[in-house]
Design a protein around this ligand. Structure first.
Ligand code: ATP
Ligand code: MG
Length: 607
């Protein structure tokens, strides 16, 4: 989440942009079409009313035939009832499919987020993704259910209605349409302003969601540093910006409604004047005049709604763009076309002239990892040391392809990791990080996260769970209120940093990978517990190759060999004691680790 995602409006026309929804909408198109047909039926019934009215006014009313007038009224009543039924049917046909499409898009969106590489998540703010996932996709549901159907039907209604208007009198029809025509222009102008404002407000809402998410996540830090007020100020500014955009939107809507109401009224007034004049000339009779105004009234709402539906369409288009921006993101980390497989991995992990750089602007200039060569023998534990910021964490992300190397290759048992499927690779390479992320679920589910193959609750699953917990020295779970069934994480028990780390380690161990990559996963443990963990690891995972980033001399001493990362390269590999003797930089790094540790001890004492 370093840089803000800067979404652009796609170059496609609105129709083509919205057309991208087609694959999702296809299965429900028949029902959508039925919905549109019902809506069209309702409109045609409404259009029929003025025609019936014309007959009543022209016939029975003129002749004073009460029975016929009654029949006429009853037919109007039936037309009204049938129209109401059609409107109901429209909703009934359309709501189910629209929610279905919403569900499908949301599913795919989530799946896409899961598949996209870490580098994508570095660039995109989580709030942006959240707002796209929730608001934009809901917007599409409303568009499919109402906007699209009404737009099609109202345009058709206007077309049919206009023909009828002209049938009564060409002059009145012309006056009505010409006077109403600016409505379309107003709608068009409105669309331009509103479209970009809508986009802006959706983006800003996304930023706001990010701010809330970050401050909720970082609530402890904010409190500890007394930054609550500052966070509030920042939030207020963002909320203010969003409010201004919303006000702009409201102003634009205000203006369009001004024209929407004014123009048809002018059209009515002009038509009334002209109509009375034409009636006096005997060119149109009363029944036709009444029917004309009845029709104009029926057409008023479809006319007014066009601009509105237009803006709705643009909102939907914006939402589609925002959603497809995520779908369109490149995903360079995918399965190979012809994957290789390693049946029984031995765990020989080799970095061959590996280069890597992050893709953000600041990092693009030079390789952070600049030609790393390193061989880990099967079953060996290799510690990785280097100054802070030297790229240790970065290097550990490469074997499991959280990022792909930008040069050279990483091999597992001689096979380039890019030649394995991601699923297989990640089964062979397990990871645990310093910052232990646990999910809001039970201890058991957290630890067995990587073991989908085990039957939940089976004896084997239980054995794996127990072993992993014991290796990670995580016996404390038995003291939790519900033992291994205790829900932990954001919505459950809060655990200490060391407890979290031990569970994250247990999770990595339970997966029984051939290669274990540990980025300082024991930093929050005291030295004695760390030694116990390492002994247990050694015993249980004697066949596992381990690459362990070490921030403490004690961790380094437990490793078989140590690799020194310096200026993007491995400048020395060997036993701790040998390196101490031979490498000036190694002594410097180790002494800085020791200093760090002394400082931490002193802090513990003073606390
Ligand atoms: N996701 C990222 N995008 C861009 N740059 C990054 C990213 N992660 C790390 N960096 C940069 O890469 C460099 C190396 O970071 P890395 O986390 O690999 O160091 P490290 O050796 O693990 O440090 P430490 O000992 O403090 O954990 C740093 O300059 C950091 O700013
Ligand atoms: Mg690190």
């Amino acid at each position: 989440m370093t840089t803000e995602a800067e979404p652009k409006r796609s170059e496609l026309s609105t129709a083509r942009a919205l057309g991208r929804l087609l694959p999702f909408a296809k299965p429900v198109l028949p029902r959508l079409a039925l919905g549109a047909a019902s809506a069209l039926g309702a409109s045609l019934l409404a259009l029929a009313m003025p025609l019936v009215l014309e007959q009543i006014v022209g016939g029975p009313i003129a002749s004073g035939d009460i029975a016929l007038i009654a029949w006429g009224s009853v037919s109007i009543l039936f037309l009204g009832l049938a129209e109401a039924l059609m409107v109901w049917l429209r909703r009934w046909f359309v709501l189910g499919p629209a929610t279905r499409v919403e569900y499908e898009i949301r599913q795919s969106f989530y799946a896409r987020l899961q598949r996209l590489p870490v580098s994508f998540h570095d660039r995109w703010q989580s709030g942006q993704l959240l707002s796209r996932m929730m608001q934009d996709i809901s917007m599409l549901r409303r568009w499919l259910a109402f906007g699209l159907v009404l737009l099609v039907v109202n345009v058709l209604t206007i077309a049919v209605g206009s023909v009828l208007l002209f049938r009564w009198h060409w002059l009145l029809g012309t006056i009505f349409l010409v006077t109403s025509a600016p409505l379309w222009y107003a709608g068009y102008r409105f669309e331009k302003t509103y479209g970009s404002l809508a986009r802006q407000s959706q983006d800003q809402a996304g930023d706001l969601a990010t701010a809330v998410e970050e401050s909720v996540h970082g609530i402890r830090v904010l409190k500890a540093f007394g930054r609550g007020k500052h966070a509030l100020q920042k939030f207020t500014r963002q909320a203010e910006t969003l409010r201004e955009t919303e006000l702009h939107k409201a102003r634009a809507i205000g203006w369009i409604w001004f024209w929407l109401v004014l123009l048809p009224d002018i059209a009515f007034a002009l038509c009334l004047g002209a109509g009375v004049y034409l009636a006096a000339l005997g060119q149109i009779n009363t029944a036709e005049l009444v029917a004309f105004f009845a029709m104009a009234t029926v057409l008023r709402w479809p006319m007014e709604s066009i601009g509105f539906l237009f803006s709705f369409m643009l909102d939907a288009r914006t939402a589609t763009d925002r959603i497809f921006e995520v779908f369109d993101e490149d995903n360079p980390i995918v399965d190979p076309e012809t994957p290789t497989t390693i049946a029984n991995p031995r765990g020989a992990l080799v970095f061959e002239d590996v280069h890597f750089r992050y893709q953000d602007a600041a990092a693009r200039e030079r390789d952070l990892i600049n030609g790393v060569d390193l061989v880990l023998e099967p079953g060996e534990t290799m510690a990785l040391v280097g100054l802070t910021g030297s790229g240790k964490t970065t290097l550990t992300t490469l074997p499991a392809r959280l990022y792909d190397v930008t040069g050279g290759r990483v091999t597992l048992d001689g096979v380039d990791v890019r030649d394995l499927t991601l699923e297989e690779l990640r089964r062979h390479v397990g990871m645990a990080f310093e910052d232990a992320t646990l999910f809001s679920q039970s201890v058991r589910d957290n630890v067995l996260l990587g073991r989908e193959d085990l039957e939940p609750g089976s004896a084997e699953a239980e054995a794996v769970l127990r072993e992993a917990l014991s290796v990670a020295q995580a016996g404390f779970v038995d003291d939790l209120p519900d033992g291994v069934d205790t829900i932990i994480g954001e919505e459950g028990m809060s655990l200490s940093g060391g407890q979290r780390q031990r569970l994250a380690l247990a999770r990595a161990v339970a997966a029984r990978p051939a290669v274990l990559v540990l980025d300082d996963p024991l930093s929050a443990l005291d030295v004695e517990t760390e030694a116990l963990v390492e002994d247990a690891l050694r015993e249980v995972l004697h066949a596992t190759t381990a690459l362990v980033v070490a921030h403490r001399p004690s961790t380094v001493m437990l490793a078989d060999r140590v690799a020194l990362l310096e200026a993007g390269r491995i400048t020395a590999v060997g036993r701790h004691s040998d390196l101490l003797r031979e490498s000036e930089h190694y002594r410097h790094v180790i002494s800085s680790l020791e200093d760090e540790q002394t400082r931490m001890r002193e802090r513990e004492v003073t606390l």
